[in-house]
Design a protein around this ligand. Structure first.
Ligand code: URA
Length: 254
């Protein structure tokens, strides 16, 4: 059987998996997969795309990294959908822009501001980037049950980590006029956070008749700092992996 080009996996290997957990970081793939099933197996690791197969109950689940940003995320989703996957759960990290959202908290995204380019290749800009309602409801119910600190709402999803998220702590220190003052505007418009994939993930999934949800752990609060402390990333991973682990059975049943 021929493997699909970027992910380097095939239909037979994925055993009719209908749900894929999609972190950005390949290093997070075994952490998530082994939390779901300690007998999970690695299927492939090609470029930024690393895939593990896990068994939960009678169902198989894939965990596949997307790399950073919309373009590579759309490749992962296209190829997984081609192999038969129907539901996608993005698990990421994020910078919060509201004072009430602290490092270690979780954002469950309902919709994304489309500050990316890839989503426009799937649907015009008037088309909303929205999460699947039912997957989101499971995530919210589970986060409540686990008594996690979380907020539910809109995410600004940017193609760039530096100018698009109005970071001045960069090589040039310059942010083009389009983004100068943009963080303040998103704050005023009650946007919760910045990340880099949800707008592309939601748009491609809605446009193709697939379902997607998104959770992200807050690794920096931008009202305090621009730089991320690596130590807090693992704490955030624990919280989000826990939420995913407790949600997957219900998401499989939707
Ligand atoms: N991911 C982002 O895109 N931005 C942040 O500030 C942190 C994580």
């Amino acid at each position: 059987m021929v493997n699909i080009y970027h992910l380097n996996i095939n239909k037979k290997q994925i055993k009719n998996a209908k749900l894929a957990i999609i972190p950005g970081d390949p290093a997070r793939v075994p952490k998530i997969a082994l939390a779901l099933d300690r007998n999970s197996v690695e299927l492939a690791f090609n470029r930024e795309y690393r895939t593990y197969l896990s068994k939960v109950g009678n169902a198989y689940i894939l965990t596949t990294s997307t790399g950073i940003g919309g373009p590579s995320a759309t490749i992962a989703i296209e190829e997984l959908a081609y192999l038969g996957v129907e539901k996608f759960l993005r698990v990421g990290t994020t910078g919060s822009i509201q004072k009430g959202l602290k490092v270690g908290d979780i954002v469950i995204t309902t919709a994304a501001v489309r500050l990316d380019g890839a989503s426009a290749h799937y649907a015009p800009l008037e088309y909303p980037a929205v999460a699947d309602f039912y997957i989101t409801r499971v995530l919210v119910d589970t986060a409540e049950k686990l008594k996690l600190n979380f907020k539910v709402g809109i995410t600004a999803s940017s193609d760039t980590f530096y100018p698009g998220q109005e970071r001045y702590d960069s090589f040039s220190g310059y942010v083009i006029r389009r983004f100068q003052g943009s963080m303040k505007e998103w704050q005023k418009l009650n946007v919760l956070n910045y990340e880099m994939e949800s707008s592309a993930v939601f748009t491609i999934c809605s446009a193709l008749g697939l379902k997607a949800g998104c959770v992200a752990g807050v690794v920096v609060n931008r009202t305090d700092a621009e730089r991320i402390d690596h130590f807090v990333v693992s704490r955030c991973e624990e919280n989000t992996i826990n939420l995913v682990k407790e949600s997957v059975t219900k998401i499989l049943a939707l």
